[in-house]
Write a protein that binds this ligand. Structure first.
Ligand code: CTP
Length: 405
């Protein structure tokens, strides 16, 4: 990643953003402007990023940094982006290392402007922002609040944590990410379940359902970035807890049911992305089950688990809540993937069903997903192949459309 820093007082906040980016495992090259170095010196950026830092195209010329840095980046984020930097970027000027980097980058570019209200509102700046947005650059709206002096207004740099989330989302979701949707889920409370439950046979063995939890976690992060209050009920997922999300860890279907139903009482939407085990052993042995000397195998008697999605849909904790299920289908002799999914939607009674064709196991553990979102009213929305973050946003788009006000 490249963190560009332009010459505004908010440059000091970019230190915090840099910290978050490096601590979450990103390899960050800081490219300040000469003016940025008047506010925060090169040693600070070098120490925090662990790399040499310069604003000039004349250092290490043999490595051609004015081309290489932009070309090799997966994301360029500029925070703060001053009025001057926006103007240069909009017009393709290339007088220093940062503007050269912006011209050579072919990856997503996020600009977080910060300036006085008058400068932000000036037609020149607004025209530059419009030009940059028309080219696919993601220009975050500045926050309102206290500016450099005693004055307040629009033009503050958004909090580093908010910029960080946009970066993560853009890295995962491309231009379909959260920033293009704003805070459309603000004021909403949502519940997401993720992962696969385990049903124990004895203290060391279990029957489990295959699920990485990636799609559920992407749903939780996407909802949070769009402003929702999120409870994530996670079953046996080996992923870090998403920032800003309440995470409840569970193992079995019974535990998942208890936690989902508790959180659903106040929720505007529940998305059941988890894969709960449908059956559990009738009895759980207190001691480890031993192999028999005669080579015989034990029989395991199973009992059916409650269907949480059906229960939520048929006994709604809130009548106006939007309930979303997932269906992983392969199609069989009785019907196609779509036919089986339509039957499942009706049987489960949910409002939306996200249908994945899992013939061949393609989706499990993959960073990508695709499918169709079937609605109880008969509507079907195709979700093209994309990152699980992009799919998450497509699902929240459909949920948001169904929120009554
Ligand atoms: N689900 C649930 N509780 C269960 C099993 C499944 O809430 N005990 C939810 C899943 O989270 C998912 C949806 O139901 O959102 C579909 O799960 P699936 O396993 O495809 O449904 P089944 O009813 O088990 O259908 P099938 O007969 O195809 O196995």
């Amino acid at each position: 990643m490249v963190l560009g820093v332009a010459g505004g007082i908010a440059a000091y906040k970019a230190c915090e953003l840099l910290r978050r980016l490096t601590e979450s495992g990103h390899d960050v090259t800081v490219v300040p402007t000469a003016a940025a170095l008047e506010f925060v010196g090169a040693p600070t950026w070098a120490a925090l990023s662990g790399k040499p830092v310069t604003a000039s195209v004349w250092d290490d010329v043999h490595e051609v940094p004015h081309v290489r840095i932009g070309q090799s980046a997966d994301l360029v984020v500029v925070a703060p982006a001053t009025a001057d930097l926006l103007a240069k970027a909009a017009h393709g000027l290339a007088g220093d290392l940062l503007t050269n980097t912006l011209l050579t980058a072919r990856c997503p570019v996020v600009l977080a402007p910060a300036m006085h209200t008058e400068m932000w509102e000036h037609p020149a700046t607004q025209a530059n922002v419009a030009t940059l947005r028309s080219r696919g650059v993601l220009v975050i709206e500045p926050a309102e609040g206290r500016l450099t002096g005693k004055d307040t207004g629009k033009g503050r740099l958004p909090e580093p944590s908010a910029i960080f989330e946009v970066c993560v989302d853009v890295l995962a979701g491309g231009s379909s990410g959260a920033a293009s949707r704003g805070h459309d889920l603000a004021g909403r409370s949502v519940v997401v379940s993720a992962g696969g439950t385990r049903e124990y046979l004895d203290p060391v063995r279990f029957l489990g359902n295959r699920s990485s939890g990636l799609q559920g976690y992407a749903l939780a992060r996407a909802a949070h970035v769009r402003g929702a209050e999120v409870t994530l009920v996670a079953a046996n997922v080996a992923l870090p807890d998403p920032a800003g999300v309440k995470v409840v860890h569970v193992e079995t279907t019974a535990e998942l049911r208890t936690e989902v139903l508790a959180a659903a009482a106040a929720a505007d939407a529940v998305v059941m992305a988890a894969a709960p085990a449908d059956f559990r052993p009738t009895a759980v042995s207190d001691a480890k089950i031993k192999k028999a000397d005669d080579g015989s195998s034990p029989s395991i008697e199973l009992v059916q688990n409650p269907d949480i999605l059906s229960e939520l849909s048929h006994h709604r904790p809130r009548p106006d809540a939007v309930i979303v299920g997932f269906a992983a289908e392969t199609g069989d002799a009785t019907g196609s993937v779509r036919e089986l999914a339509a039957a499942k939607l009706e049987r489960k009674g949910c409002d939306l069903l996200v249908v994945n064709d899992v013939s061949g196991g393609a989706v499990f553990g993959s960073p990508d997903n695709e499918g169709v979102i079937l609605a109880a009213d008969g509507e079907g929305t195709d979700v093209p192949r994309g990152s699980k973050t992009a799919v998450a946003h497509a699902i929240w788009d459909q949920v948001a459309r169904r929120f009554g006000d």
